[in-house]
Design a protein around this ligand. Sequence first.
Ligand code: TXA
Ligand code: MG
Length: 339
Amino acid sequence: MPKTSNQIASAVSLLKEGKIVAFPTETVYGLGADISIPSAINRIFEIKGRPTNHPLIIHFSEISQLERWAQKIPKAALQLAKYFWPGPLTLILPRTDRVPLNVTGGQNMVGLRIPNHPIALALLKAMGPEKALAAPSANRFGRISPTTANHVFDELGNTVDMILDGGSCKVGLESTIVGFNNNTVTVLRPGSIQPTKLAEVIGKNVIFPKSKNLSLRVSGSLDSHYAPVTPLEIWLTKPLFERALELQKQELHIIMLGWSKVFLNWGENKDFVLFSMPTDPEVYANKLYATLRQFDNGQYDRILLEAPPNNPSWMAIIDRLQRASCVPFIEAAQQPKYR
Ligand code: TXA
Ligand code: MG
């Protein structure tokens, strides 16, 4: 498409001048900057309002460039890269000197990924084999990642120099992040690639630190992230109903998002705004951020969300929801699997 190739050419010139270009990936939209231009990297942190010790993920287009950015690459990392790239997987590896420390938050480890989106790949290829783009999710620090070009504009407006529109992101949740340490392989951020699949590819166990109880965090260690402005609360199905009635008595406007039949049946003929969420985890993930944005419009005092099923394929969704929830949500593992 000539229109797209013109836009890619403009994006490349802007990036090479140290400007910031938001672009689509299969996970979420990224806020791109040339890693070799310090002022561009500084601007990324400024635009996002992100602390400068939070490392950025580096994006590139060809697996043959991996050794340009990483060294002492473990065999398991190479196996995963070959199997999943381009794809929603970020590998944390020792950086080479070509990766500036301002990109890694001062650490000697760097996060690397080849995204699987035609526009992202075309952009990265057009930058040339010696270049790479730092690209954190194109949202303000702590907020929900954007999954459409409009979300990016709503979030950042004209603070970015260009937004490449690639439609809505297929996966909808950020990449799976994997780290390697003393012969162990650890999932640091769950994503659409399941730990069991990673283990199958490398032929050995993969550690998921929170896998015993589906990443439960205790009250007080709540790390607000991926959060809408409207307070979001997650509850198991039955407590959700009690909570809704309690908030209703306080005359608060609430929107309830749920997936089970029990949820939808309960809500029938009651004076609540109910929204039915997908029951397939891939579809749920794809819609989640857009749905939260849709209801985060000042119209509601509270978003109440029914905890998803207790099942490993919901792990990444539960992880993000727990960070978005303003109440400690420590009982996820007790959620039954009923429909
Ligand atoms: O799907 C994604 O990964 C998206 C798209 C745009 O590629 N990017 C993304 O970037 O989610 P960001 O910056 O929003 O999240 C990056 C995460 C952070 O939680 C950061 O701590 C972790 O990756 N990370 C990056 N480099 C790291 C490193 N060297 N060591 C440990 N964690 C790292
Ligand atoms: Mg982010």
